[in-house]
Design a protein around this ligand. Structure first.
Ligand code: PMP
Length: 451
């Protein structure tokens, strides 16, 4: 295995050259296209990944969030996956394990009685938006500027309530017409939007904390305001918990942690234990509007796939019976505190964000503020925090971060020291159950060097 600063990447470079001829951009998800080339993974090993040239990295990407256990699945999870894969692998007919997982979700997540399983977070938000439109008979949805809900037509929209359009080629202007982007944490903006369009709005769709935009926590009262305003206007509140579900707030998810109950919740990532998954949950009165119980069409060949359901169910059951969340949250807290000290010393204008097992260093441009305050949540984004004024409160403020500096310092500086981070400023990092105190120390040393 390579030592720091002397990594060989010949094989990854060759594989990338090959991939560029057969896969557009050489990757199957845009975020993986790292300059000058990504490393190709050979295998996972506990809290680490090993690349095609034998280099080892502490893995804080964890598949972009699904891997609560890193690359070391507990024995019962492993056994259930092997058994489901060897017996089928799938049938196009219902299986018991789907019911087990749906019952588990209903037992633990405050807002959920029923769940429909799909195959990706994107599919979950597509179906949730269709459900909200079918349920309310209205067309418009309110989303947060800079928020991400997958590669889907009705949310790939940029701009503001007055002036907005598709954020990518390939989407007709008319599709974007019904999506109203507002700034996260802006109480007035959501009130004004509902005053102007309230009876046309099917739903507000938001992550309870922004996990795709650096990590932005909700200000006190903001989620409650969204809850009240949607209720007053007969609109639905949809929490996109694709990232936060079964990670933030443990088995109750972020809605339990923040104490605000949405009408509909979208899940993905952790709920499938590392296999392709999405889900839409809520009270029966709403979820039963999906066909065949109701009249909002929803279907999928692979939905409720037995291997995914087994991986998800056994993963969550294991978390319910062991100290999984305590362990990952404690490591997360340790990492955030260490990073806060390093940042205060080396780059006081930057911000350490996150909670539970999520963290991110944001290359904010403002500051420096007071650095002696520790906020209880382990992040720097609560109103009572002395550094509060220097923390991004919405997507636009995160977008103002110095992204070039992030790329230069953290990629390759961190990678060359054996730490794998998401390659852009906006996506969160994750601590896993497979990580050790030593991994955290390694990461902190690397950050200190890189900064
Ligand atoms: N919603 C959120 C909040 C997400 O973070 C993501 C993916 N990162 C999605 C939806 C889309 O999920 P998928 O990539 O599984 O389609």
């Amino acid at each position: 295995e390579a030592h720091h600063g002397s990594m060989n990447h010949d094989r990854s470079r060759d594989l990338y050259d090959r991939a560029l001829s057969s896969i557009p951009g050489g990757v199957n998800s845009s975020v993986r296209a790292i300059r000058p080339y990504p490393f190709f993974v050979q295998r996972g090993d506990g809290g680490h990944v090993v690349d095609a040239d034998g280099n080892r990295y502490v893995d804080f990407v964890n598949g972009y969030g699904p891997l609560l256990y890193g690359h070391d699945l507990p024995d019962p999870v492993q056994a259930a996956i092997q058994s489901a894969a060897s017996e089928g692998p799938m049938y196009g007919a219902p299986t018991e394990i789907e019911v087990d997982l749906a019952e588990f979700v209903a037992r633990h997540v405050p807002s959920v009685e029923m769940t429909r399983f799909v195959n990706s977070g994107t599919e979950a938000t597509v179906s949730a938006v269709r459900l909200a439109r079918g349920y309310t008979g209205r067309d418009k949805i309110v989303v947060m500027q800079g928020g991400y809900h997958g590669a889907q037509e009705s949310t790939l929209v940029e701009g503001d309530v007055e002036d907005h359009g598709p954020s990518t080629n390939g989407i007709p202007e008319e599709f974007a017409e019904h999506t109203l982007p507002v700034p996260f944490n802006d109480f007035d903006a959501v009130h004004e939007t509902f005053e102007a369009h309230g009876d046309e709005i099917a739903a507000v769709l938001t992550e309870p904390m922004l996990g795709n935009m650096g990590i932005v926590m909700p200000e006190d009262g903001y989620l409650e305001t969204l809850r009240d305003v949607t209720e007053d206007h007969g609109s639905l509140l949809i929490f996109d918990e694709v990232i936060t579900g079964f990670r933030v707030g443990g088995l109750q998810c972020a809605q339990g942690k923040f104490g605000v109950t949405p009408d509909v919740t979208t899940f993905g990532k952790v709920i499938g234990g590392g296999f392709p998954v999405g889900a839409i949950g809520g009270p029966a009165e709403i979820i039963e509007h999906f066909t065949p119980a109701g009249d909002v069409f929803q279907a999928g060949t692979f939905s409720g796939h037995p291997v995914t359901m087994a991986a998800g169910y056994e993963s969550l059951k294991y978390a319910a019976e062991n100290d999984v969340y305590e362990h990952v949250n404690e490591l997360g807290e340790k990492l955030r505190r260490g990073l806060t000290e390093i940042v205060a010393d080396k780059a006081p204008q930057y911000t350490v964000a996150g909670t539970d097992s999520m963290f991110k260093v944001l290359f904010t441009r403002e500051g420096p503020g007071s650095t002696d305050g520790q906020c209880e949540a382990g992040c720097k984004q609560r109103p009572d925090c002395p550094r509060y004024d220097y923390c991004p409160k919405n997507g636009a403020e995160v977008a103002d971060c110095d992204t070039e500096r992030w790329e230069r310092l953290f990629w390759p500086a961190m990678k060359e020291q054996g730490v794998f981070l998401t390659p852009n400023q906006f996506e969160s990092q994750f601590v896993s159950y497979a990580h050790t105190e030593e991994d955290i120390e390694t990461a902190l040393d690397a950050y200190e060097q890189a900064l």
